[in-house]
Design a protein around this ligand. Structure first.
Ligand code: UDX
Length: 481
């Protein structure tokens, strides 16, 4: 970007609009805090549904107390309270936002009704990459637009290669084998098999809503002034280089949770952005467990499992002999609650002896606890980065979208754990837990220690993410439409 003088002497005002899901909201709030710490004004726009949950389960006031230049705004997502906002309804939610939220947002920004920050003209919009409608809004009000894709860059790159996969006949799959290598994702040759592509690629019909959304994102992404990513150069350099071929300016500023921590003084407790009720009691339980003895199990905010899968994982955990802390989110088991009575009694007994089940945990704190030795995860991108930074080896059981790519990278490229995708058998769970906790622990820990150090270096003074955040802030100050 050319050297120019700032447009005004006023601090820039940035509107941040995340995809209304726990992972993206966590991630974008961290960016919001970082911008506020650099004296920018931020309006953080939540859907009403998400904001109600934040008000209920997080200390929203702490943002206002800490950052006088921060404000929340809210907007409807177009769905009623009875509508589900689960993963299988994600395209519904996004389409509803295009139809209902887009005109409301247009009205909001053109009339300047952005709450506390209304008197400050917008300098820039930062929107989730899936919100293609943000391009029209930014054009209408002549304000620069940056997309922030909070999924993994390795996952994002496979999304962006979907047109090429269709053009070359790799999509839809011909035949049933999921082990065929994928040839048309540049930079990932020899890494990806069909089963490692995003979950929506497993279809015979490429006209499904999620693929349509991804194709639309592919067209709109290059129309923004830049792309923000939650990653760091040493982790995904080859992929960042690929993304630089489609976006003018790429800003890899992650891992964001660690970046924020490095800028906050240690006396300040972290802000919380839970949309579920957190159960902190597990921290006292962890204090009573020996170092590296506990497997932490969590499938994030959206993934679900059947009761049969629950029992296989449970037996795998119990038979491995490890202790475990398990987040069983309300609604994450797909059969009715009363059927849980059918879980064999020996599983409950073993859990009483060396396990704990909670409905939502303070995950960053949990992963940082010395009792944790492994993480059984759905490979959501935030969880993957949080595990990497904490140096905890992973057993990956991906559920949807980018998670299939992430789990492949964890095992095959970064060597930070094992990929259990497409299986759910108690013997495999047991074997993988033993490998991560005991037999291959040293090997994974060595790679993790190295990667965690690189992550820390990237967000420290002079590191790549540190430098990229400064560049992002400088560019926001200089940006013209
Ligand atoms: C997902 C993933 O970001 C992404 O990979 C996918 O494409 C769509 O959205 P989610 O499934 O919730 O989000 O996973 P993840 O990215 O791991 O985010 C979950 C967040 O919730 C993490 O920051 C984690 O620390 C937090 N969490 C999870 C808790 O605080 N407590 C818990 O008990 C579980």
């Amino acid at each position: 970007m050319e050297e120019e003088t700032p447009l005004t002497t006023h601090p820039p005002h940035v509107l941040i609009f995340p995809l209304p899901l726990q992972g993206p909201v966590n991630c974008m709030l961290k960016l919001a805090e970082l911008l506020c710490l650099h004296d920018l004004h931020v309006t953080f726009l939540n859907t009403e549904h998400i904001h109600q949950r934040l008000l209920r389960y997080s200390n929203v006031e702490s943002y206002f107390k800490r950052y006088p230049n921060f404000n929340f705004g809210t907007i409807p997502d177009g769905l009623s309270d009875n509508n589900s906002r689960t993963m299988d309804q994600i395209s519904n939610l996004i389409n509803s936002m295009e139809e209902v939220t887009k005109p409301l947002l247009m009205e909001m920004v053109t009339s300047g009704s952005l709450g506390k920050n209304s008197n400050k003209p917008l300098s820039c919009i930062v929107a989730d990459g899936i919100f293609c409608f943000a391009v029209d809004i930014a054009r209408e009000i002549k304000v620069p637009l940056l997309f922030f894709d909070t999924i993994s860059p390795c996952g994002l790159w496979t999304y962006l290669c979907v047109p090429k996969l269709i053009e070359t006949g790799e999509l839809p799959f011909s035949g049933d084998s999921l082990d065929e290598p994928i040839k048309n994702v540049p930079g990932m040759e020899g890494i990806l098999r069909r089963r490692d592509l995003p979950s929506f690629c497993r279809t015979k019909d490429i006209n499904i809503p999620l693929i349509k959304l991804v194709l639309k994102e592919d067209e709109h992404l290059p129309l923004s002034q830049g792309l923000i990513l939650n990653t760091f150069d040493d982790l995904e350099n080859p992929i960042i280089s690929q993304l630089q071929t489609i976006s003018l300016n790429v800003y890899a500023i992650g891992p964001l949770h660690s970046h924020l921590k490095s800028k906050l003084s240690s006396s300040k407790p972290p802000t919380s952005s839970n949309i579920f009720e957190e159960d902190k009691s597990c921290m006292a339980w962890l204090d009573m467990q020996p170092p590296n003895s506990v497997v932490y199990v969590s499938i994030g905010s959206l993934a679900v499992m059947t009761k049969k899968q629950l029992i296989e994982i449970w037996y795998g955990l119990v038979n491995s002999g490890s202790r475990f802390l398990w987040v069983q989110r309300l609604g994450s088991i797909t059969e009715p609650e009363d059927e849980l009575n059918e879980v064999p009694l020996d599983l409950f007994e073993a859990t009483r002896e060396r396990g704990l089940v909670v409905s939502w945990a303070p995950q960053e704190l949990v992963l940082g606890h010395e009792a944790i030795g492994g993480f059984f995860t759905h490979s959501g991108w935030n969880s993957t980065l949080e595990s990497l930074v904490a140096g905890v080896p992973m057993i990956c059981w991906p559920y949807v979208v980018d998670q299939q790519v992430n789990s492949r990278y964890v095992e095959e490229v970064w060597k930070l754990g094992l990929d259990m995708k497409d299986t759910c058998d108690r013997k495999i769970v047991e074997r993988m837990i033993r490998e991560v906790m005991v037999t291959r622990r040293y090997e994974f820990k060595q790679m993790l220690n190295r990667m965690a150090k690189l992550a820390q270096d990237s967000v420290s003074d002079g590191g790549s993410s540190y430098h990229n955040l400064n560049r992002l802030i400088k560019d926001i100050k200089m940006m013209r439409f």
